[in-house]
Write a protein that binds this ligand. Structure first.
Ligand SMILES: C[S@@+](CC[C@H](N)C(=O)[O-])C[C@H]1O[C@@H](n2cnc3c(N)ncnc32)[C@H](O)[C@@H]1O
Length: 143
């Protein structure tokens, strides 16, 4: 989800045949790029146009709280809503309905993203990385 430059799909394609990977993004440029790189790609707002279930769903989400100083052009990739967790929460609610029985979701957020509502999904922090003023966190969420 939110394939952007297709970097995460590229990593996954080292272990899985590309025909078993679906990339998705709300941004048509990202979708076109993913197709050019040989991935199945769909332009969609989260799971709106996605059917079927998956073993693994990843999302490096837009996770920052809204900041009006940021240009609109980059907000789509960075801003998760007023608080910063809104897109992640919508994603988690929808992703759980698209997971196979033993499937997993990996969601990347930041120490700048509020965790109170995300914690209701019982995430396990499986990786952390300090980056300038924030810590990046990878959360694992089970069905
Ligand atoms: C932080 S970037 C991550 C890009 C890439 N996956 C990476 O790890 O470098 C977030 C991506 O999510 C996409 N995105 C934002 N809102 C979305 C939504 N509602 N549905 C699908 N994709 C969305 C953005 O267009 C952007 O490509």
């Amino acid at each position: 989800m939110g394939t952007g430059s297709s970097i995460l799909s590229y990593i996954v394609s080292k272990f899985l045949d590309k025909k078993n990977i679906l990339t998705a993004d709300i941004n048509l440029t990202a979708v076109k790029l993913a197709k050019k790189k040989g991935f199945n790609a769909i332009k969609t707002n989260l799971f709106e146009k996605i059917t079927g279930n998956f073993d693994l769903i990843t999302f490096n989400a837009p996770y920052l709280p809204e900041d009006f100083r940021e240009p609109k052009s980059s907000q789509l990739a960075t801003t998760g809503g007023k608080r910063g967790d809104e897109i992640s929460l919508k994603f988690l609610r929808q992703a759980k309905k698209h997971l196979n029985k033993n499937g997993k979701v990996f969601l990347l957020i930041s120490s700048l993203t509020p965790m109170d509502k995300i914690n209701k999904f019982h995430p396990k922090i499986v990786a952390r990385k300090k980056l300038y003023l924030e810590n990046l966190l990878i959360l694992e969420i089970l069905p």
